[in-house]
Design a protein around this ligand. Structure first.
Ligand SMILES: [Cu+2]
Length: 173
């Protein structure tokens, strides 16, 4: 194909200018992205660990004492019944969420007369919850992850449990 002479004379210059403009645009975009990503990194590293305070109550849910008012429970608690040798208690609340590095302050309240424990085995936390009393514990959630907490009284397993979710500090806002 034969192009007009006037066009072929200017074409290299036009092409050069186009490439230059495209290059500038690419550099600007890349610079903006760099600024954005360093701002994001700065926000993440700027997270200051906080103190998170929770009060957790051991709540009787389906226990022997209730047989007097709920007749069907007699069969459940009888030998061979669904809850033979068991009682259902819950931790309330049962889901705790903190960020990595936070200090977790727990007040553990046990209003009933059965003893419980608040146990997070992987974190070596095992607090006795004596009947009709409150206990306290405090620890630093240093590693992200999901940690199950339980009561280690065999009579209360597998019902009495919850979880502590430790989010990476990079997710903190
Ligand atoms: Cu218990």
């Amino acid at each position: 194909m034969r192009l007009p002479k006037r066009f072929t004379r200017w074409m290299p210059i036009l092409l050069g200018l186009t490439l230059l403009a495209a290059g500038c645009a690419a550099m600007t975009t890349s610079a903006e992205q760099n600024t954005q990503s360093s701002a994001t990194v700065a926000a993440h590293t700027a997270y200051k660990p906080q103190t998170r305070t929770f009060t957790i109550t051991a709540v009787p849910m389906v226990v022997h004492e209730m047989q007097d008012s709920e007749d069907y429970l007699k069969a459940d608690f009888a030998k061979g019944g669904l809850l033979d040798g068991k009682e259902v208690y819950g931790f309330y609340p049962s889901d705790l969420v903190v960020y990595q590095g936070d200090t977790v302050n727990l007040t553990l309240v046990n209003p009933a007369d059965d003893p419980h424990t608040f146990t997070i085995a992987p974190l070596n936390i095992n607090v006795e919850m004596k009947g009709q009393s409150a206990a306290h514990t405090s620890f630093v959630a240093s590693q992200p992850g999901t940690y199950e907490f339980i009561c280690d009284e065999p009579e209360h397993a597998p019902y009495m449990w919850g979880q502590l979710v430790v989010l990476p500090d990079s997710l903190a806002q």
